[in-house]
Ligand binder design. Structure first.
Ligand SMILES: Nc1ncnc2c1ncn2[C@@H]1O[C@H](COP(=O)(O)OP(=O)(O)OP(=O)(O)O)[C@@H](O)[C@H]1O
Ligand SMILES: [Mg+2]
Length: 419
Protein backbone atom coordinates (compact mmCIF):
# COMPACT_ATOMS: atom_id res chain seq x y z
CA UNK A 1 0.00 0.00 0.00
CA UNK A 2 1.32 3.46 -0.77
CA UNK A 3 1.74 5.97 2.02
CA UNK A 4 -1.04 8.39 2.77
CA UNK A 5 -0.25 12.08 3.11
CA UNK A 6 -0.15 13.59 6.57
CA UNK A 7 -0.48 10.30 8.45
CA UNK A 8 2.89 10.39 10.16
CA UNK A 9 4.93 12.50 12.55
CA UNK A 10 7.52 14.66 10.96
CA UNK A 11 10.87 16.13 11.97
CA UNK A 12 9.93 19.43 10.37
CA UNK A 13 8.56 22.45 12.10
CA UNK A 14 8.88 24.86 9.18
CA UNK A 15 10.05 22.95 6.12
CA UNK A 16 10.34 25.98 3.80
CA UNK A 17 13.25 27.36 5.83
CA UNK A 18 15.38 24.63 4.24
CA UNK A 19 14.64 25.99 0.77
CA UNK A 20 17.87 27.20 -0.85
CA UNK A 21 16.08 29.34 -3.42
CA UNK A 22 16.23 33.01 -2.35
CA UNK A 23 12.76 33.50 -3.82
CA UNK A 24 11.32 31.01 -1.33
CA UNK A 25 13.16 31.79 1.86
CA UNK A 26 15.12 34.92 2.74
CA UNK A 27 17.48 34.80 5.69
CA UNK A 28 17.16 37.87 7.94
CA UNK A 29 20.72 37.70 9.14
CA UNK A 30 24.01 36.84 7.43
CA UNK A 31 26.62 37.20 10.18
CA UNK A 32 29.30 35.51 8.05
CA UNK A 33 29.01 38.45 5.64
CA UNK A 34 29.21 41.28 8.12
CA UNK A 35 32.09 43.01 6.33
CA UNK A 36 30.55 42.68 2.88
CA UNK A 37 27.16 43.88 4.13
CA UNK A 38 28.85 46.86 5.78
CA UNK A 39 30.30 47.80 2.41
CA UNK A 40 26.91 47.53 0.72
CA UNK A 41 25.52 49.60 3.57
CA UNK A 42 28.13 52.28 2.96
CA UNK A 43 27.26 52.40 -0.73
CA UNK A 44 23.54 52.82 -0.03
CA UNK A 45 23.83 55.20 2.93
CA UNK A 46 23.99 58.41 0.86
CA UNK A 47 20.27 57.86 0.20
CA UNK A 48 19.62 58.64 3.87
CA UNK A 49 21.44 61.94 3.42
CA UNK A 50 19.43 62.95 0.38
CA UNK A 51 22.34 61.93 -1.86
CA UNK A 52 22.77 59.38 -4.65
CA UNK A 53 23.57 55.76 -3.88
CA UNK A 54 26.97 54.62 -5.14
CA UNK A 55 27.18 52.14 -7.99
CA UNK A 56 28.70 48.84 -6.94
CA UNK A 57 29.77 45.57 -8.45
CA UNK A 58 29.32 42.50 -6.28
CA UNK A 59 31.49 39.59 -7.24
CA UNK A 60 31.94 36.08 -5.84
CA UNK A 61 31.46 32.40 -6.76
CA UNK A 62 28.07 30.76 -6.75
CA UNK A 63 26.11 30.23 -3.52
CA UNK A 64 27.99 32.80 -1.44
CA UNK A 65 25.09 34.94 -0.30
CA UNK A 66 25.47 37.71 -2.90
CA UNK A 67 21.80 37.83 -3.86
CA UNK A 68 20.66 37.20 -0.27
CA UNK A 69 22.99 39.94 1.02
CA UNK A 70 22.07 42.58 -1.55
CA UNK A 71 18.37 41.84 -1.01
CA UNK A 72 18.72 42.10 2.74
CA UNK A 73 20.43 45.49 2.62
CA UNK A 74 18.10 46.92 0.00
CA UNK A 75 15.07 45.78 2.00
CA UNK A 76 16.48 47.45 5.09
CA UNK A 77 16.88 50.66 3.13
CA UNK A 78 13.35 50.31 1.79
CA UNK A 79 12.02 49.96 5.34
CA UNK A 80 13.85 53.09 6.37
CA UNK A 81 12.47 54.95 3.35
CA UNK A 82 8.91 53.82 4.08
CA UNK A 83 9.21 54.99 7.66
CA UNK A 84 10.62 58.34 6.67
CA UNK A 85 8.27 58.84 3.74
CA UNK A 86 11.18 58.98 1.28
CA UNK A 87 10.48 58.01 -2.34
CA UNK A 88 12.61 54.91 -3.05
CA UNK A 89 12.16 52.09 -5.53
CA UNK A 90 14.35 49.00 -5.64
CA UNK A 91 14.19 46.99 -8.85
CA UNK A 92 15.65 43.49 -8.60
CA UNK A 93 16.27 42.28 -12.14
CA UNK A 94 17.51 38.70 -12.58
CA UNK A 95 19.36 38.74 -15.91
CA UNK A 96 19.68 34.98 -16.32
CA UNK A 97 18.48 34.05 -19.79
CA UNK A 98 18.88 37.62 -21.07
CA UNK A 99 21.79 36.92 -23.37
CA UNK A 100 22.23 40.49 -24.57
CA UNK A 101 21.90 44.02 -23.20
CA UNK A 102 18.84 44.29 -25.41
CA UNK A 103 16.88 41.73 -23.37
CA UNK A 104 17.89 43.32 -20.10
CA UNK A 105 16.65 46.65 -21.44
CA UNK A 106 13.24 45.30 -22.42
CA UNK A 107 12.88 43.62 -19.02
CA UNK A 108 13.93 46.80 -17.27
CA UNK A 109 11.38 48.91 -19.16
CA UNK A 110 8.70 46.41 -18.14
CA UNK A 111 9.75 46.41 -14.48
CA UNK A 112 9.91 50.21 -14.32
CA UNK A 113 6.48 50.55 -15.90
CA UNK A 114 5.10 48.07 -13.40
CA UNK A 115 6.18 50.38 -10.57
CA UNK A 116 3.43 52.76 -11.66
CA UNK A 117 0.96 50.48 -13.36
CA UNK A 118 1.19 47.31 -11.30
CA UNK A 119 2.00 43.79 -12.51
CA UNK A 120 1.17 42.58 -15.98
CA UNK A 121 2.87 45.10 -18.31
CA UNK A 122 4.26 43.50 -21.50
CA UNK A 123 7.92 43.79 -22.45
CA UNK A 124 8.27 46.27 -25.29
CA UNK A 125 9.25 44.69 -28.58
CA UNK A 126 10.49 45.87 -31.94
CA UNK A 127 12.45 48.91 -30.75
CA UNK A 128 16.10 49.78 -31.27
CA UNK A 129 18.16 49.59 -28.11
CA UNK A 130 18.81 53.34 -28.13
CA UNK A 131 15.07 53.94 -28.06
CA UNK A 132 14.66 51.38 -25.29
CA UNK A 133 17.26 53.18 -23.26
CA UNK A 134 15.36 56.43 -23.71
CA UNK A 135 12.26 54.64 -22.42
CA UNK A 136 14.23 53.57 -19.36
CA UNK A 137 15.24 57.18 -18.71
CA UNK A 138 11.68 58.43 -19.24
CA UNK A 139 10.33 55.92 -16.77
CA UNK A 140 13.04 56.74 -14.24
CA UNK A 141 12.24 60.45 -14.48
CA UNK A 142 8.53 59.76 -14.05
CA UNK A 143 9.13 57.63 -10.96
CA UNK A 144 11.51 60.20 -9.46
CA UNK A 145 13.10 60.07 -6.00
CA UNK A 146 15.74 57.36 -5.82
CA UNK A 147 15.74 54.18 -7.89
CA UNK A 148 18.15 51.35 -7.17
CA UNK A 149 18.54 48.86 -9.98
CA UNK A 150 19.97 45.47 -9.05
CA UNK A 151 21.22 43.65 -12.13
CA UNK A 152 21.63 40.13 -10.78
CA UNK A 153 23.70 37.56 -12.69
CA UNK A 154 24.58 40.33 -15.10
CA UNK A 155 27.26 38.15 -16.74
CA UNK A 156 24.42 36.69 -18.83
CA UNK A 157 24.86 39.61 -21.24
CA UNK A 158 28.34 38.36 -22.19
CA UNK A 159 30.48 40.91 -23.97
CA UNK A 160 27.62 43.20 -24.88
CA UNK A 161 27.85 45.61 -21.91
CA UNK A 162 25.93 48.46 -23.61
CA UNK A 163 23.37 48.66 -20.82
CA UNK A 164 26.01 48.95 -18.12
CA UNK A 165 27.91 51.52 -20.10
CA UNK A 166 24.85 53.72 -20.63
CA UNK A 167 23.34 53.24 -17.19
CA UNK A 168 26.54 54.06 -15.38
CA UNK A 169 26.85 57.34 -17.32
CA UNK A 170 23.19 58.31 -17.34
CA UNK A 171 22.13 61.47 -15.57
CA UNK A 172 18.35 61.68 -15.82
CA UNK A 173 16.63 64.72 -14.31
CA UNK A 174 15.00 64.67 -10.91
CA UNK A 175 15.88 61.11 -10.09
CA UNK A 176 18.88 59.57 -8.38
CA UNK A 177 19.89 56.15 -9.59
CA UNK A 178 22.16 53.51 -8.12
CA UNK A 179 23.27 50.41 -9.98
CA UNK A 180 24.22 47.19 -8.22
CA UNK A 181 25.72 44.64 -10.59
CA UNK A 182 26.07 41.07 -9.28
CA UNK A 183 28.16 38.41 -10.99
CA UNK A 184 29.92 35.14 -10.26
CA UNK A 185 31.96 35.30 -13.42
CA UNK A 186 35.47 36.60 -12.92
CA UNK A 187 36.10 36.69 -16.64
CA UNK A 188 33.07 38.92 -17.18
CA UNK A 189 34.27 41.37 -14.56
CA UNK A 190 37.74 41.50 -16.12
CA UNK A 191 36.36 42.01 -19.62
CA UNK A 192 34.13 44.96 -18.77
CA UNK A 193 34.64 48.12 -20.74
CA UNK A 194 37.20 50.37 -19.00
CA UNK A 195 34.63 53.14 -18.42
CA UNK A 196 32.17 50.72 -16.91
CA UNK A 197 34.81 49.29 -14.64
CA UNK A 198 35.88 52.68 -13.46
CA UNK A 199 32.34 53.61 -12.41
CA UNK A 200 30.79 50.30 -11.39
CA UNK A 201 33.93 48.43 -10.50
CA UNK A 202 35.36 51.28 -8.46
CA UNK A 203 33.46 49.93 -5.51
CA UNK A 204 33.77 46.27 -5.84
CA UNK A 205 32.61 43.96 -3.10
CA UNK A 206 34.00 40.44 -3.17
CA UNK A 207 32.28 37.49 -1.49
CA UNK A 208 34.95 34.88 -0.82
CA UNK A 209 33.98 31.20 -0.46
CA UNK A 210 32.70 30.01 2.89
CA UNK A 211 34.78 27.57 4.91
CA UNK A 212 33.38 24.54 6.77
CA UNK A 213 32.92 26.58 9.97
CA UNK A 214 30.84 29.23 8.24
CA UNK A 215 28.74 26.55 6.60
CA UNK A 216 28.15 24.78 9.93
CA UNK A 217 26.79 27.98 11.42
CA UNK A 218 24.64 28.74 8.39
CA UNK A 219 23.18 25.22 8.51
CA UNK A 220 22.70 25.40 12.28
CA UNK A 221 20.61 28.57 11.98
CA UNK A 222 18.49 27.03 9.23
CA UNK A 223 17.83 23.83 11.16
CA UNK A 224 17.01 25.70 14.40
CA UNK A 225 14.05 27.16 12.56
CA UNK A 226 13.21 24.30 10.22
CA UNK A 227 13.35 21.27 12.50
CA UNK A 228 11.45 20.42 15.64
CA UNK A 229 13.26 20.05 18.97
CA UNK A 230 16.22 21.93 17.58
CA UNK A 231 17.34 25.22 19.09
CA UNK A 232 20.27 27.29 20.30
CA UNK A 233 21.19 27.29 23.94
CA UNK A 234 22.47 30.40 25.74
CA UNK A 235 21.34 32.72 22.96
CA UNK A 236 24.48 32.15 20.88
CA UNK A 237 23.49 31.32 17.32
CA UNK A 238 26.44 29.19 16.36
CA UNK A 239 26.78 25.50 15.73
CA UNK A 240 28.50 24.74 19.05
CA UNK A 241 25.39 25.94 20.88
CA UNK A 242 22.92 23.96 18.82
CA UNK A 243 20.93 21.31 20.67
CA UNK A 244 18.80 18.92 18.70
CA UNK A 245 16.79 15.76 19.29
CA UNK A 246 16.45 15.06 15.57
CA UNK A 247 19.98 15.68 14.29
CA UNK A 248 22.81 13.29 15.10
CA UNK A 249 25.97 15.11 16.22
CA UNK A 250 27.86 14.43 13.01
CA UNK A 251 25.15 15.42 10.54
CA UNK A 252 25.84 19.15 10.18
CA UNK A 253 29.66 18.82 10.35
CA UNK A 254 29.62 16.19 7.61
CA UNK A 255 27.32 18.24 5.37
CA UNK A 256 29.43 21.35 5.90
CA UNK A 257 32.68 19.57 5.24
CA UNK A 258 31.43 17.93 2.04
CA UNK A 259 30.27 21.31 0.71
CA UNK A 260 33.45 23.06 1.86
CA UNK A 261 35.60 20.45 0.11
CA UNK A 262 33.95 21.32 -3.15
CA UNK A 263 33.40 25.07 -3.50
CA UNK A 264 32.12 26.33 -0.15
CA UNK A 265 28.75 26.89 -1.72
CA UNK A 266 26.03 27.57 0.89
CA UNK A 267 23.27 26.72 -1.59
CA UNK A 268 24.79 23.29 -2.17
CA UNK A 269 25.18 22.74 1.60
CA UNK A 270 21.56 23.67 2.27
CA UNK A 271 20.28 21.51 -0.58
CA UNK A 272 22.30 18.55 0.63
CA UNK A 273 21.03 18.85 4.19
CA UNK A 274 17.48 19.41 3.04
CA UNK A 275 17.63 16.24 0.92
CA UNK A 276 19.10 14.28 3.85
CA UNK A 277 16.27 15.51 6.10
CA UNK A 278 13.71 14.48 3.49
CA UNK A 279 15.21 10.99 3.29
CA UNK A 280 15.17 10.60 7.07
CA UNK A 281 11.65 11.98 7.32
CA UNK A 282 10.49 9.63 4.61
CA UNK A 283 11.97 6.66 6.44
CA UNK A 284 10.09 7.83 9.51
CA UNK A 285 13.13 7.28 11.75
CA UNK A 286 12.84 10.69 13.44
CA UNK A 287 16.59 11.23 13.36
CA UNK A 288 18.81 12.63 10.58
CA UNK A 289 22.19 10.92 10.52
CA UNK A 290 25.41 10.93 8.51
CA UNK A 291 24.13 8.02 6.44
CA UNK A 292 21.28 10.19 5.22
CA UNK A 293 23.73 12.89 4.19
CA UNK A 294 25.82 10.37 2.27
CA UNK A 295 22.78 8.87 0.60
CA UNK A 296 21.53 12.35 -0.31
CA UNK A 297 24.88 13.24 -1.82
CA UNK A 298 24.89 10.10 -3.92
CA UNK A 299 21.36 10.75 -5.10
CA UNK A 300 22.07 14.41 -5.98
CA UNK A 301 25.19 13.41 -7.88
CA UNK A 302 23.33 10.66 -9.69
CA UNK A 303 20.66 13.12 -10.79
CA UNK A 304 23.27 15.64 -11.89
CA UNK A 305 25.06 12.94 -13.88
CA UNK A 306 21.83 11.92 -15.58
CA UNK A 307 21.30 15.55 -16.58
CA UNK A 308 24.84 15.95 -17.87
CA UNK A 309 24.87 12.71 -19.83
CA UNK A 310 21.34 13.15 -21.11
CA UNK A 311 22.33 16.51 -22.62
CA UNK A 312 25.27 15.07 -24.58
CA UNK A 313 25.09 14.43 -28.32
CA UNK A 314 24.37 10.94 -29.66
CA UNK A 315 27.98 10.49 -30.80
CA UNK A 316 29.30 11.37 -27.35
CA UNK A 317 26.79 9.02 -25.77
CA UNK A 318 28.02 6.16 -27.95
CA UNK A 319 31.62 7.06 -27.15
CA UNK A 320 30.79 7.01 -23.45
CA UNK A 321 29.12 3.62 -23.78
CA UNK A 322 32.27 2.13 -25.32
CA UNK A 323 34.14 3.05 -22.13
CA UNK A 324 31.36 1.63 -19.96
CA UNK A 325 31.41 -1.60 -21.95
CA UNK A 326 35.19 -1.88 -21.67
CA UNK A 327 35.01 -1.38 -17.90
CA UNK A 328 32.24 -3.90 -17.40
CA UNK A 329 34.15 -6.50 -19.43
CA UNK A 330 37.55 -5.76 -17.95
CA UNK A 331 38.77 -4.76 -21.42
CA UNK A 332 41.27 -2.03 -22.22
CA UNK A 333 40.16 1.58 -22.54
CA UNK A 334 42.79 2.35 -25.18
CA UNK A 335 41.62 4.56 -28.03
CA UNK A 336 42.10 2.03 -30.81
CA UNK A 337 40.28 -0.74 -28.95
CA UNK A 338 37.46 1.62 -28.03
CA UNK A 339 37.16 2.74 -31.64
CA UNK A 340 36.81 -0.84 -32.77
CA UNK A 341 34.00 -1.35 -30.29
CA UNK A 342 32.51 1.96 -31.37
CA UNK A 343 32.37 0.80 -35.01
CA UNK A 344 30.44 -2.29 -33.96
CA UNK A 345 27.99 -0.25 -31.89
CA UNK A 346 27.42 2.26 -34.70
CA UNK A 347 26.68 -0.55 -37.05
CA UNK A 348 24.32 -2.10 -34.52
CA UNK A 349 22.15 1.01 -34.22
CA UNK A 350 22.83 2.20 -37.74
CA UNK A 351 24.54 5.43 -36.65
CA UNK A 352 26.92 7.51 -38.70
CA UNK A 353 30.47 6.27 -37.96
CA UNK A 354 33.30 8.72 -37.19
CA UNK A 355 36.98 8.23 -38.01
CA UNK A 356 39.24 7.46 -35.09
CA UNK A 357 40.62 10.96 -34.62
CA UNK A 358 37.12 12.50 -34.53
CA UNK A 359 35.97 9.75 -32.21
CA UNK A 360 38.87 10.62 -29.92
CA UNK A 361 37.65 14.21 -29.84
CA UNK A 362 34.30 12.97 -28.53
CA UNK A 363 36.10 11.08 -25.77
CA UNK A 364 38.08 14.19 -24.93
CA UNK A 365 34.89 16.26 -24.77
CA UNK A 366 33.63 13.82 -22.16
CA UNK A 367 36.88 14.23 -20.23
CA UNK A 368 36.19 17.95 -20.34
CA UNK A 369 32.76 17.57 -18.81
CA UNK A 370 34.25 15.34 -16.06
CA UNK A 371 32.44 12.20 -17.11
CA UNK A 372 35.63 10.42 -18.24
CA UNK A 373 39.25 10.48 -17.12
CA UNK A 374 42.18 10.21 -19.48
CA UNK A 375 45.57 8.75 -18.78
CA UNK A 376 48.53 8.80 -21.19
CA UNK A 377 50.87 5.90 -21.03
CA UNK A 378 53.58 4.18 -23.10
CA UNK A 379 52.60 1.29 -25.33
CA UNK A 380 55.96 -0.35 -24.77
CA UNK A 381 59.48 0.27 -26.12
CA UNK A 382 59.51 2.37 -29.26
CA UNK A 383 55.75 2.11 -29.67
CA UNK A 384 54.91 5.69 -28.70
CA UNK A 385 52.23 6.87 -26.31
CA UNK A 386 48.58 6.04 -26.17
CA UNK A 387 45.54 7.29 -24.29
CA UNK A 388 43.56 5.21 -21.84
CA UNK A 389 40.04 6.30 -21.03
CA UNK A 390 38.14 5.31 -17.88
CA UNK A 391 34.99 6.56 -16.19
CA UNK A 392 35.74 9.51 -13.89
CA UNK A 393 36.15 8.60 -10.21
CA UNK A 394 32.63 9.38 -9.08
CA UNK A 395 30.86 7.95 -12.13
CA UNK A 396 29.82 4.32 -11.99
CA UNK A 397 28.89 2.20 -15.03
CA UNK A 398 25.40 1.37 -13.76
CA UNK A 399 24.48 5.03 -13.35
CA UNK A 400 25.47 5.68 -16.96
CA UNK A 401 23.38 2.76 -18.14
CA UNK A 402 20.46 3.98 -16.02
CA UNK A 403 20.81 7.45 -17.47
CA UNK A 404 20.74 6.20 -21.05
CA UNK A 405 18.45 3.18 -21.01
CA UNK A 406 15.44 5.16 -22.24
CA UNK A 407 17.38 7.15 -24.82
CA UNK A 408 15.71 6.86 -28.20
CA UNK A 409 19.01 6.46 -30.10
CA UNK A 410 21.38 4.64 -27.80
CA UNK A 411 18.86 2.75 -25.62
CA UNK A 412 19.41 -0.40 -27.69
CA UNK A 413 23.13 -0.29 -27.00
CA UNK A 414 22.40 -0.08 -23.29
CA UNK A 415 20.30 -3.27 -23.56
CA UNK A 416 23.20 -5.12 -25.15
CA UNK A 417 25.92 -3.86 -22.83
CA UNK A 418 23.82 -4.24 -19.71
CA UNK A 419 22.73 -7.80 -20.38
N1 LIG B 1 25.62 33.89 5.43
C1 LIG B 1 24.50 33.24 5.14
N2 LIG B 1 23.59 32.99 6.10
C2 LIG B 1 22.45 32.32 5.82
N3 LIG B 1 22.12 31.86 4.61
C3 LIG B 1 23.00 32.08 3.62
C4 LIG B 1 24.21 32.79 3.82
N4 LIG B 1 24.87 32.87 2.65
C5 LIG B 1 24.11 32.24 1.74
N5 LIG B 1 22.98 31.78 2.31
C6 LIG B 1 21.93 31.01 1.65
O1 LIG B 1 22.57 30.22 0.64
C7 LIG B 1 21.79 30.20 -0.56
C8 LIG B 1 22.59 30.79 -1.71
O2 LIG B 1 22.78 32.19 -1.50
P1 LIG B 1 22.62 33.24 -2.69
O3 LIG B 1 21.49 32.81 -3.54
O4 LIG B 1 22.56 34.59 -2.09
O5 LIG B 1 23.99 32.97 -3.47
P2 LIG B 1 24.67 33.83 -4.64
O6 LIG B 1 26.00 34.24 -4.13
O7 LIG B 1 23.73 34.88 -5.11
O8 LIG B 1 24.88 32.70 -5.74
P3 LIG B 1 24.75 32.81 -7.36
O9 LIG B 1 26.01 33.45 -7.85
O10 LIG B 1 24.67 31.36 -7.78
O11 LIG B 1 23.51 33.58 -7.65
C9 LIG B 1 20.51 30.96 -0.24
O12 LIG B 1 19.55 30.03 0.21
C10 LIG B 1 20.92 31.86 0.92
O13 LIG B 1 19.82 32.14 1.73
MG1 LIG C 1 22.51 35.05 -6.83
Amino acid sequence: MTQGFGDRDTIYEDIDVLEADVGKYKPTDLPEREEELDKIHMALRPVTMDGSPRDILVYGPTGQGKTAGVQLKSEQLQEWANQEGVQLEVIHLPCKGADRSYHVLTRLVKELREVRKGQGVDEPSGYQRKRLFEMVLDELETIGGTVIIILDEIDAIGEDDYILYELSRANPDDVKIGIIGITNDLQFRNNLDADVRSSLGQREITFNPYNANHLQNILARRTAQALRDTHFEDGDEDFTHLKSDVLEDGTIPLTASLAAQETGDARQAIELLSYACDLADDEGVGMVGERHVRAAKEEIEREALIDTIGAETTQRKIALLTVVSAELNGATGETTALHQLYSDLCEYIDANELKQHTFREKLNDLVHSNVLSKDRHGRGRGQGMSNMYTLAGDVNPDSVLDALEDDSRVGHIVEVIGS
